[in-house]
Design a protein around this ligand. Sequence first.
Ligand SMILES: [Zn+2]
Length: 84
Amino acid sequence: MTAYELRAQHEPADPVGRSTTRWHILRHGAFVAMCGYRIDPVADTRPIADVEAIDPECRCPECWEWWAAVEQVWAEGSPREPEP
Ligand SMILES: [Zn+2]
Protein backbone atom coordinates (compact mmCIF):
# COMPACT_ATOMS: atom_id res chain seq x y z
CA MET A 1 0.00 0.00 0.00
CA THR A 2 2.98 2.30 0.29
CA ALA A 3 3.81 2.05 -3.40
CA TYR A 4 1.46 4.92 -4.19
CA GLU A 5 1.12 8.53 -3.20
CA LEU A 6 -1.11 11.51 -3.75
CA ARG A 7 0.25 14.53 -5.60
CA ALA A 8 -1.35 17.93 -5.99
CA GLN A 9 -2.21 19.84 -9.12
CA HIS A 10 -1.61 23.50 -8.37
CA GLU A 11 -2.44 26.78 -9.97
CA PRO A 12 -0.94 30.14 -9.08
CA ALA A 13 -2.81 31.92 -6.32
CA ASP A 14 -3.44 35.65 -6.23
CA PRO A 15 -1.33 37.53 -5.36
CA VAL A 16 1.33 35.03 -4.33
CA GLY A 17 1.73 31.38 -3.63
CA ARG A 18 -0.29 28.59 -5.13
CA SER A 19 -3.55 26.83 -4.51
CA THR A 20 -4.40 23.18 -4.90
CA THR A 21 -7.03 22.52 -7.54
CA ARG A 22 -6.96 18.76 -7.64
CA TRP A 23 -5.28 15.66 -6.24
CA HIS A 24 -4.00 12.78 -8.35
CA ILE A 25 -2.77 9.28 -7.57
CA LEU A 26 0.68 8.23 -8.70
CA ARG A 27 3.04 5.36 -8.23
CA HIS A 28 5.64 6.42 -5.69
CA GLY A 29 8.33 8.45 -7.39
CA ALA A 30 6.44 8.76 -10.68
CA PHE A 31 5.63 12.05 -12.33
CA VAL A 32 2.66 10.98 -14.40
CA ALA A 33 -0.62 10.30 -12.62
CA MET A 34 -2.81 7.29 -13.33
CA CYS A 35 -5.01 9.56 -15.47
CA GLY A 36 -2.05 10.72 -17.53
CA TYR A 37 -1.66 14.13 -15.90
CA ARG A 38 1.97 15.19 -15.62
CA ILE A 39 2.74 16.30 -12.07
CA ASP A 40 4.96 19.22 -11.26
CA PRO A 41 8.01 17.75 -9.47
CA VAL A 42 7.64 20.30 -6.67
CA ALA A 43 3.91 19.72 -6.17
CA ASP A 44 2.67 18.89 -2.70
CA THR A 45 2.59 15.23 -1.69
CA ARG A 46 0.29 13.36 0.68
CA PRO A 47 0.46 9.72 1.71
CA ILE A 48 -1.86 7.33 -0.07
CA ALA A 49 -3.42 6.66 3.36
CA ASP A 50 -5.13 10.04 2.96
CA VAL A 51 -6.97 8.93 -0.17
CA GLU A 52 -10.33 8.91 1.63
CA ALA A 53 -9.62 12.19 3.38
CA ILE A 54 -9.37 14.26 0.21
CA ASP A 55 -12.35 16.52 -0.40
CA PRO A 56 -14.41 14.84 -3.16
CA GLU A 57 -14.39 18.08 -5.12
CA CYS A 58 -10.60 17.97 -5.21
CA ARG A 59 -10.30 14.36 -6.34
CA CYS A 60 -9.29 13.57 -9.89
CA PRO A 61 -12.24 11.41 -11.03
CA GLU A 62 -10.09 9.21 -13.26
CA CYS A 63 -7.45 8.59 -10.60
CA TRP A 64 -10.04 7.74 -7.94
CA GLU A 65 -11.88 5.48 -10.34
CA TRP A 66 -8.65 3.63 -10.98
CA TRP A 67 -7.91 3.46 -7.26
CA ALA A 68 -11.35 1.92 -6.59
CA ALA A 69 -10.56 -0.74 -9.19
CA VAL A 70 -7.23 -1.47 -7.49
CA GLU A 71 -8.85 -1.85 -4.09
CA GLN A 72 -11.46 -4.14 -5.63
CA VAL A 73 -8.75 -6.38 -7.10
CA TRP A 74 -6.80 -6.44 -3.84
CA ALA A 75 -9.98 -7.23 -1.92
CA GLU A 76 -10.33 -10.28 -4.12
CA GLY A 77 -6.90 -11.40 -3.00
CA SER A 78 -4.93 -10.70 -6.14
CA PRO A 79 -1.52 -9.06 -5.72
CA ARG A 80 -1.81 -7.65 -9.22
CA GLU A 81 -3.26 -4.33 -10.19
CA PRO A 82 -5.30 -3.34 -13.23
CA GLU A 83 -3.69 -1.22 -15.90
CA PRO A 84 -4.74 2.43 -15.77
ZN1 LIG B 1 -5.60 12.19 -12.05
